[in-house]
Design a protein. Structure first.
Lengths: 361, 420
């Protein structure tokens, strides 16, 4: 079976609630069959609105949403056959776990034996066998979450939507649930559209991530590319940590450009700058800058340590470098590491490839 | 682990338990003192009056105190034939005391309630006693029997014997259109005189339908209140609460203006040609008026508990129901409605209990066919001054409410009620 690369398609979708502000602007997004796609963005960026439009609880102001080639904008939610996991699980508090899971099957008039079989299968998928007769209030947060996931999957929907499903869990549980959901997705191959504002969650779980800001998709790519090669300064800032330099392009070649800062110059990788004289924000990941580099790097500077914070597996060092005292270094915690002390001067170097000259902030 | 239970001591060497009790005692006293005024208030205004009502409703001591010697002698009388000489003598001496205290009239009235015809024969006997016509040296039985032929009739003496116990349930029986027959058994009053049973049934019927109407109207309003955005829901809430803040009398009076035959509603019906001008329907002084006015007045008591429950139901539950394939109706019926049952229970119980004892509104707009049991109670309080009967009916109403509460508890469970 060949996978449909346009299984879910947002075609030039606009959405406005009040007729004045567009919450979603000209959204063009294709989701392949069996893909795990995450909509990532700060609150108010339009990602949940997109999910609600796909689920059928909101209608697009303009444009169409297609599911497997059919326009679904006018189909009510209960006929779309899309499973959904809600932020607060939305388990029916007056029904047992079994009844919760049987609900989507019962409304589809599935035979009793078949229901039992499917509920059992769904529960074993989230390893909650034996919990059938419990009420949701008798379950822990993580168990409720799993029931919610099982309920969204029990009727074999083509697409499952998840709206910040792990937001209410504590950190450890959240991480183990991330893997669990990822494994369920891998084993049954359902298309998942996942909404979150937690970037590490998005990086862990997704095939592709759509970074939303201001109603628009800023970048749509796989996690590695998103982290390594952000296309604009919003994405660079939003995903992971980031050192930035604001300056002006003074010289530009094919894969290198010279950026003039307040009182020095650095070499950078021109991404969104085209010509001399453009303002730019240069973005550099903290782990790409090395202390006392042995290789020959094309950016070498000396900075003064302002602050050292011990983080266990790594040490964060804040430097005063190139006129900015907000330069962050992540130093891996290994025995070969130097004794880092405040107000010590150290040499820092990085390759110009890693310093991406993006649009100015 | 050692099984030895060692007493734990505080640093001062006092056993921990004692120390804890001491510390808690202060808090307990403080807590009690805080609720004491309310407790006192409740006892004075609630427990005490109900006790008073109860004792009044079964009280029949008056006559017991009036004829102490008679009843003592009557204990030996089997009640089949005319009582022996001793009973007559005792009755005569009791009666003499009453004549001196000028209380013989009360005795006549009280005995007349037990059996018709006592009033006149007591008056006759009074005249004889007053003129000292009764010779105490010869048989008093013969002399009394000569006063009137009813004094020679055994039924009248049986009636006196029936009034002997200081307590009676007769008021309660009267409230259910029953009475003690001459032989002491319980009998029904004639069919055309059974007014109380009709009133009880009507009260239940009106309370039931008012509750139903309140529910049918209140549920959508409460739902709207719970789902509308804040600025509209506040306005709607004020509309719902406005009747609350208006005097009950004013509201009832305005219903009278609206519903009367020459009233606003009828004028409107005539204007749009729904009814002919000379055939205006009566919407007041009957059940219709009672239904309309009571439903409007009691509506907030339904809306508020429903609203407070609906407010807590997350809108994502309905969405979940729909996204899982339920039609909007199925999602409502299987998901939303069961979750509102605590509110429905609270609202219905509240409205029903208030409606069952409603007084002013039925009195003003109810007319003859729209009055309830509470109006009857008021009637006996104010017109006939039969307070013991009013008390008895009041207590019957109260126990009715308690029974409803008990049934309700069995069906729904009081724990499931949510008042907010």
């Amino acid at each position: 079976m060949s996978k449909n690369p346009e299984f879910v398609k947002f075609d030039k979708v606009d959405k406005s609630y009040d007729g004045k502000v567009l919450v979603v602007k000209d959204l063009q997004l294709d989701i392949a069959e069996g893909e795990f796609i995450t909509m990532l963005g700060p609150s108010g960026s339009g990602k949940t609105t997109c999910l609600m439009m796909l689920a059928g609880f909101e209608t697009p102001t303009h444009g169409e949403i297609l599911l497997d080639g059919n326009i679904i904008s006018n189909i009510p939610p209960h006929k779309r056959g899309i499973g959904m996991v809600f932020q607060n699980y939305a388990l029916f508090p007056h029904m047992t776990v079994y009844e919760n899971l049987a609900f989507p099957l019962r409304v589809r008039k599935v035979e009793k034996d078949e229901i039992d079989k499917k509920v059992d299968k769904a529960l074993s998928m989230v390893s909650l066998n034996g919990f059938e007769t419990r009420m949701p209030a008798q379950l822990s947060g993580g168990q409720q979450q799993r029931v919610a996931v099982a309920r969204a999957l029990v009727f074999d929907p083509a697409v499952v939507l998840m709206d910040e499903p792990l937001g209410a869990l504590d950190k450890n549980l959240r991480e183990s649930m991330q893997y669990e959901i990822k494994h369920i997705h891998e084993s049954i191959g359902v298309t998942v559209v996942y909404v979150t504002h937690d970037q590490s969650e998005a990086l862990t779980m997704s095939n592709r991530i759509a970074v939303f800001n201001d109603g628009k998709v800023q970048q749509l790519s796989n996690p590695a590319e998103l982290y390594e090669k952000p296309v604009n300064s919003f994405v660079a800032e939003f995903i992971g940590e980031n050192n930035t330099f604001n300056g002006e392009v003074v010289d530009i070649a094919k894969d290198k450009c010279k950026v003039k800062l307040a009182n020095s110059e650095i070499l950078a990788n021109p991404i969104s700058v085209k010509s001399k004289g453009e303002k730019t924000t240069v973005s550099l990941r903290p782990e790409r800058a090395l202390i006392n580099p042995t290789d020959n790097m094309d950016n070498m500077f000396t900075g003064k340590i302002e602050e050292v914070i011990y983080h266990g597996d790594h040490t964060r060092v804040r430097l005063n470098l190139l006129g900015s005292s907000e330069f962050i270094l992540k130093v891996p915690n290994s025995s070969s590491n130097l004794e880092l002390k405040v107000s010590q001067d150290i040499n820092i170097g990085w390759n110009s490839v890693d310093a991406r000259a993006l649009d100015p902030k | 682990m050692s099984s030895e239970t060692k007493q734990i001591l505080t640093t001062d060497g006092i056993p921990l338990e004692v120390s804890l009790k001491k510390a808690e005692k202060k808090n307990k006293i403080k807590a009690f003192l805080l609720v004491a005024p309310l407790l006192l208030f409740l006892i004075i205004t609630y427990v005490f009056p109900i006790g008073e009502m109860f004792s009044r409703s079964i009280d029949d001591k008056m006559i017991t105190n009036m004829l102490p010697k008679t009843f003592k002698e009557m204990e030996k009388w089997d009640g089949q034939e005319l009582p022996p000489e001793e009973v007559f003598t005792a009755f005569y001496y009791d009666f003499k005391v009453l004549v001196e205290k000028q209380e013989h009239g009360k005795l006549g009235q009280r005995l007349n309630k037990e059996k018709n015809g006592f009033n006149s024969i007591t008056k006759k006997l009074f005249r004889q006693v007053k003129r000292k016509k009764i010779d105490e040296s010869i048989s008093i039985k013969e002399q009394i029997m000569k006063v009137h032929k009813r004094w020679r009739t055994v039924e009248y003496w049986q009636a006196i014997k029936r009034t002997a116990p200081p307590y009676t349930m007769s008021k309660y029986l009267k409230g259910m259109d029953m009475y003690y027959a001459a032989d002491g058994s319980i009998a029904q009053v004639d069919e055309d005189r059974r007014i109380h049973r009709i009133l009880w049934l009507r009260t239940l019927e009106i309370a039931f339908f008012v509750t139903l109407f309140c529910f049918l109207m209140g549920y959508p309003i409460a739902h709207l209140l719970a789902t509308l955005p804040m600025k509209y829901s506040n306005l709607l809430m004020i509309c719902v609460l406005l009747p609350f803040w208006t005097s009950l009398l004013v509201r009832t009076a305005s219903w009278m203006i609206l519903l009367q035959q020459q009233g606003v509603v009828n004028d409107f019906f005539v204007m749009i040609g729904l009814v002919a001008d000379d055939n205006r329907p009566e919407m007041m002084y009957n059940k219709v008026g009672t239904y309309v006015a009571m439903t409007q007045i009691l509506l907030p008591f339904m809306v508020l508990p429903l609203y407070s429950v609906m407010k807590t139901i997350s809108p994502s539950l309905m969405r979940a129901g729909k996204s899982l394939g339920g039609t909007p109706f199925v999602a409502f019926w299987k998901v939303y409605f069961p979750l509102t049952i605590p509110g429905i229970g609270a609202g219905c119980l509240l409205v029903f209990i208030l409606a069952i004892g409603y007084y002013i509104t039925p009195a003003l707009v109810g007319g003859a066919s729209g009055t309830l049991i509470s109006n009857q109670i008021a009637f006996h309080m104010k017109q006939t001054l039969d307070w013991s009967f009013a008390s008895a009916m009041g207590l019957m109403l109260l126990s009715g409410v308690l029974v409803i509460y008990w049934i309700y508890n069995k069906l729904v469970g009081v724990d499931n009620i949510k008042l907010g």
